[in-house]
Each structure stands twice: as C-alpha cells, then as structure tokens.
Ligand binder design. Structure first.
Ligand SMILES: [Fe+2]
Length: 450
C-alpha cells in the first residue's frame, strides 16, 4: 500500500504501520520530490497569482501486508513529530468480491471565497462515499477519480485544499486517478495533431501535468516527455486486478492512436486478461467515447477514440467503459459503433458489448445542456437517442459491487444518497437490464395487446 503526504521541509520522514493501533512495529522510508515554479508551462501556474510553493511530496510503500487485514499507520518522524493514526484494510489478492466508488470531475471547495471557481458539490460526494466506506466495514475497496481532479488549473493552493478535502477517504482506501484536460492542456503540449486543435486547449492553467505527475504515483511506468524542463508526465495508462475485476486506466490527453505506445499497452493488456480470475474488465478514461451532450468541441476526438480504441474494447469483451468530462451521468446500452447489442432477455443470442457510462457528475457544476432551450420547448435540440438509457443531471458517483456471479453498478445521487439508476452484468458478460426505450415500448405494447 502506497502512502503519499506533504511536508514543508522535506526532512527524512517515515510511515509506521502495524495490525494494532498501539503497535506500529513496521517502518517504511519515503522518497521525496518537489516541483518548481520554472517547471510550470504557462500562466497562471507560473505567475505570482497562481504559484505557491507546493512543499515536499513524500512517497512511501508499506510492504509485507497480510491479505484483507485492517492496518493502522502514522506518517512523520521522531524529530518532526507524527501524524494522527489512520487506518485501512489491505487488499485481498484472491477476493471473490470487488467494491469501488467511481466518478470524474469532482474538484474541491474552499471554506472561503476565491476568484478561482470551486465545486461546492464535491463536499457531498466525499460525504456519501465516507458513509459507504463506513458501511462496508472491514472489506477492501478503492476510489477511482477519472480526470479533472482538483480543478486547481494553475492556482496551486487548490491542490492543497483538494487533498485536505479527500483525506477522510483517501487515507482509508487507494485513490486511483487518470489524467484529464484540467491537469494537462497547455499551448505547447507535445502531442497535438491537426484534428485536435479544437480539442486540446489551455485547460490545465499552465500546470502541464506536473502537479498531477508528482502528487500521485499510480502503477506502471507510462510516461511522456513534456518537451520543457518540467519532469515527464506520468500516471498515463496502467492496469491492475482487484478481486474479480481487471481495472484499466487510459490517458485521453496523450497519443492513443493505433501504433502508439498507449495503443500497444491497451491491446496487450486486454488480450492477456485471465477472465477466469477476473471475469469483469473495466476500462476508464477522461474524455468520453460516447455522450449525447452538446459537446461540439470534442466531436473529432470522439471519432478518433471510436475508430482506434473501440474495436479493441469490443473484440476483448470489455464489460464497462467509464468516461467523464461531461458533468452528468449517462448510461448507454451495450454498444458497438452506435448500435445496441442484443441482450438475450427473451432467450435470443446475446452479444457482450461494452456498456458505456459517463460519470463526470462528481462535483463540477458547469453543465452542458440536454434539455430544449427555454424559448424552444417544442424543439428538443438534444433529444435522447435509443442507445442512451438514462441521463441524470444530479451530482454523485457510481458504486461498483462485483462478485463471481454478477457486477452491479449503481448511480448514487448527492441530494439524498440513494440509488437512482443501476445496471447489472453477469460474469458471462450478459447485460441484464440494458434495454433501450424502444425495446421498453415494444414490451409495453405487447403487454397491452395480450
Ligand atoms: Fe474534462
């Protein structure tokens, strides 16, 4: 289990850990890293308004953990003092159950007014996930935040505020991330093909992925040079097993086209999954392959994603494809090239196409519009096509619970902490309740006729 924390002076610090709160017998050292104002690529990150000293980032790994046990830990040193005692449950390698809480675009809320836009709803998202962590007790789980993480966008102190805010949950379970436009986009980013001039802009506030790369340390060793004095961009694509699920994380901000390093990673990774061990494969990335929101800026991007990566997802029977970036929840039918697969609900042969969802409802309050405009109420300019089964504007997160029989993904809303939508997928790949509106209508008509 990896622990990351920040000190103001970078002095030698440790992680003490053990199986009893008052017996932290084992000790892990930490690596120290930091970044400088000169590493930032644009304003406001590199000007006096945005820059604040980030301190020293410590990174330690607790080794030799027993499977599925509750551990206790403190960080610090005898000379500088120790933190309060935190606790987590270690992963169980052969567990037949997987629990995860997933969302994108959460951000942070400061307890003071600031000219930098903040995300008040992020407070509720963390609150309800805390409730769920309490409820699952001694079962291991993880949190997955798929891009647009702190929304610091060059205002450095918002990163500190973000980590302070997620500490109640991030100190208890692994906090897994992938990169979003608001961690990265900057004018001179090295991979910016012609078709992406509308896609990749200046959304990173000049951070060019540096705080993201150093403040998190995800599995694998994917990296791309920044082309500046800044350290390489890391945590781009990786995968791991947890219980019965194989989780894959992608970067939609760097090259994913056929033949790229990332494409080869995904292809090899998906082809080598042992589906007996992990019957479910969950692929995640920031910018969606499918959305029905008004997002004209990324239209060409989505085409490339479908052209290059969708065949890999379909061919390898990926269970779920989770995306964010659009600040709403949307669930699609099992999809292949805009077409819903057959579900086998009435005994016909079914097709195990990936179920795509957009889960960017973690907290950012800027919303693309789905509804008819107020002065065009009879003219739904963003109608819901049959492939889109549920669209929700409420903030929240999704809860994944999977065992050897089935995977259930539930959409929890922040206003009441209750489930508002769910999809169930069998270990075989069959989707149980992904019927589109047209199919519902057909069934309803049958019922009326009989
Ligand atoms: Fe985004």
């Amino acid at each position: 289990m990896r622990i990351m924390f920040v000190t103001h002076d970078g002095k030698e610090s440790f992680v003490k850990y053990g199986l009893a709160r008052n017996k932290l017998e084992r000790v892990a050292g930490t690596q120290v890293a930091r970044y400088e104002r000169e590493d930032m690529c644009d304003s406001p990150a590199n000007d006096s308004v945005g820059w604040r000293d980030p301190g020293f980032i410590h990174d330690g790994v607790m080794l030799g953990l027993k499977d599925g046990k509750r551990y206790y830990y403190q960080v610090g040193s005898d000379s500088s003092g120790w933190s309060t005692t935190y606790t987590f449950v270690s992963p169980a390698k052969d567990s037949s159950e997987t629990i995860a809480f997933l969302f994108g675009d959460m951000g942070t809320a400061t307890p003071y007014s600031t000219y930098a836009r903040i995300q008040e709803e992020s407070i509720s998202t963390v609150k309800w996930i805390s409730r769920d962590l309490e409820a699952i007790g001694d079962k291991p789980s993880l949190i997955s935040h798929i891009g647009d993480i702190s929304y610091a966008r060059g205002y450095s102190w918002l990163w500190d505020n973000f980590f302070y805010q997620i500490q109640p949950v991030a100190s208890k379970v692994p906090y897994m991330v992938c990169i979003g436009n608001h961690e990265y986009d900057w004018p001179l980013q090295p991979w910016k093909p012609d078709w992406s001039s509308m896609v990749y802009d200046k959304d990173g506030g000049g951070e060019c992925g540096v705080p993201y790369s150093l403040r998190f340390h995800m599995p694998g060793n994917s990296s791309e040079p920044t082309g500046t004095r800044a350290p390489a961009t890391r945590n781009l694509y990786y995968s791991f097993n947890m219980g019965v699920v194989h989780f894959v994380y992608l970067s939609t901000e760097t090259n994913f086209l056929t033949g790229s390093k990332q494409y080869e990673f995904l292809k090899n990774d998906l082809e080598s999954v042992n589906r007996t061990k992990t019957p479910y494969v969950v692929v995640q990335g920031h910018r969606p392959m499918y959305t029905t929101s008004h997002e004209t800026r990324d239209y060409l991007f989505r085409e490339r994603l479908r052209e290059h990566l969708e065949p890999l997802l379909v061919k390898n029977n990926v269970t779920l494809a989770l995306w964010a970036h659009v600040h709403r929840y949307e669930r699609f039918c099992p999809l292949n090239n805009f077409t819903c697969g057959t579900l086998g609900i009435e005994g016909e042969k079914w097709e195990a196409y990936p179920v795509h969802l957009v889960i960017g409802m973690g907290g950012q309050d800027w919303q693309p519009i789905w509804q008819p405009l107020p002065d065009h109420l009879k003219d739904p300019i963003f109608p819901q096509p049959v492939r889109s089964l549920y669209r929700g504007g409420e903030f929240g997160y999704v809860r994944l619970v999977a065992n050897r029989v089935k995977l259930t993904l539930s959409y929890v809303g922040n206003h009441d902490g209750e489930v508002h939508d769910a999809v169930e997928i069998m270990a075989s790949g069959q989707v149980l309740n992904g019927i589109g509106r047209a199919a519902y209508k057909r069934k309803k008509n049958k019922h009326l006729l009989s």
